[in-house]
Write a protein that binds this ligand. Structure first.
Ligand code: ZN
Ligand code: MN
Length: 451
């Protein structure tokens, strides 16, 4: 048993799937596009260009905040976060400081533990930097010159980004992963982001420190691990930090307050820079964008756009469709799957197929619902459960053959061992090679044997 308790908080950046960028009309759909083709003076940060906020993006941000049980600020504003780095053409990022759109929310984990959400705010993405080499050929000498360079793609610059910051309420990596799965599910249910990790649409920054088990205050330091793009890596990075910091504390020292990166190949975190304090960013109100006001009506209207989320859906499926919890939980993991199931139930109800049969069809056969229409799914379930008719004539001749082939069983039956009838039913059904009601076969067999 360790004498330290990990204290973990999390910052998550989620890219919204709006058509245009946060403060200009450029397309936000940048993935896979040629570098620097989706730009304008605003997202290139040229002097004199003025930002115009994307209303849809702000509404998405407020919907996320609602879904995470936040309080929504009726008066909000944008602020400038100043720092110098080539991915930030203006020299500052437009973000939110003291008046985020949402604050004081929570997500509840399976074991009932509440993870506090400190804030949900709106900001803009930065450009994408790629470090590599540029080869140039010297025409006169014929030699090749290799130069270390960084490429900048401004297509991502200004894409709407929502940042969701938790309280330091996690005590291990497993809780963090469960929270992340839940959060990703929420933004997908809202259809405001695809949250595709591989495309960098959801980026994770855990902060980790350790306190002595009996210590009542938070640790005096905190280590932030930057820009992780997979749940598996975040788990590994947190566990690595816990052992690294424990080893330092054991020597009587305190780990440095710093920002670290995650090296997946080596499976270690590495120091990047000593953390700036918040005031190093010299936050101040964005002078080019007026404050944003929302009426209580507008806010509750946005709340009504939050769809039924997984927990409510599970309860409804269990009640309305008499599904076991287990089935309902699987069928509601994605909104698209839940919608598919309900559509199949609607079609199936006209054909006497039960929701339970449909649930089984989807879960047991591992149906890829994107490939099979609900109509086809119902047709397949119908086929597999349908009782096909066999003419009396056919059935009679099959029965004659079965009785001929099994004289011992016939003898046993006639001498009073009636349980042998099930064997004969089975043999007959096998000979028919079609789905047929076993009760009918049994009745016909009994009639024949009593003659
Ligand atoms: Zn632009
Ligand atoms: Mn941020």
């Amino acid at each position: 048993m360790s004498k330290y308790l990990p204290i973990i908080g999390l910052e998550v950046h989620v890219e919204l799937n709006t058509k245009s960028k946060m403060f200009c009309g450029c397309s936000a759909d940048y993935f896979g596009k040629s570098p620097n083709t989706l730009t304008c003076p605003v997202c290139l940060g040229l002097p004199g260009a003025l930002p115009v906020p994307n209303r849809r993006a702000i509404e998405y941000c407020i919907m996320i905040a609602h879904a995470l049980n936040c309080e929504i600020n009726t008066f909000s504003k944008f602020d400038r976060k100043n720092y110098f780095y080539p991915d930030l053409p203006k020299g500052f990022q437009i973000s939110q400081y003291d008046l985020p759109f949402g604050a004081n929310g929570h997500i509840t984990l399976k074991n009932g533990k509440k993870i506090g959400i400190r804030r949900v705010h709106m900001e803009e993405d930065t450009a994408k930097l790629t470090h590599g080499y540029l080869e140039t050929k010297n025409k006169n000498l014929g030699s090749i010159h290799k130069e270390k360079v960084s490429f900048i793609d401004y297509n991502r610059s200004g894409v709407p980004l929502v940042e969701i910051v938790t309280e330091p309420d996690f005590n291990d990596a497993k809780e963090v992963v469960e929270y992340l799965q839940k959060l990703r599910q929420v933004v997908r249910y809202l259809e405001v982001s695809n949250a595709d990790m591989e495309k960098g649409e959801m980026r994770l920054e855990p902060n980790i420190s350790l306190k002595k088990i009996d210590q009542n205050t938070l640790p005096s330091y905190k280590v932030e691990v930057k820009n992780i793009n997979s749940f598996r890596f975040v788990e590994k990075a947190i566990n690595y930090e816990i052992s690294r910091q424990e080893a330092i504390l054991e020597t009587g020292n305190t780990p440095l307050q710093e920002t670290r990166g995650w090296d997946e190949d080596k499976g270690v975190t590495f120091s990047q820079r000593v953390k700036e304090e918040a005031n190093d960013y010299r936050y101040f109100p964005e002078p080019d964008i007026p404050p944003v006001r929302y009426s209580l009506d507008q806010i509750s209207n946005l709340k009504s756009k939050v769809p039924e989320l997984q927990e409510e859906k599970i309860s409804r499926f269990v009640k309305q469709f008499a599904l076991p919890y287990y089935d309902a939980e699987i069928l509601t993991r994605e909104k698209a799957l839940a919608d598919y199931f309900e559509e199949a139930v609607r079609i199936g109800s006209q054909k006497g197929i039960t929701p339970k049969q449909i649930g089984n069809g989807i879960i047991n056969k591992k149906i890829d619902y994107l490939q099979i229409s609900p109509e086809r799914l119902i047709a397949e379930i119908e086929k597999s459960t349908k009782i096909e008719s066999v003419s009396d004539e056919q059935l009679r001749s099959i029965i004659e053959k079965v009785l001929m082939d099994n004289p011992k069983a016939v003898q046993d039956y006639k001498s009073g061992k009636e349980s042998v009838i099930m064997f004969l039913v089975g043999m007959t059904m096998r000979a028919i090679k079609r789905k047929i009601d076993a009760q009918i076969v049994r009745k016909k067999l009994e009639e024949r044997l009593k003659k």
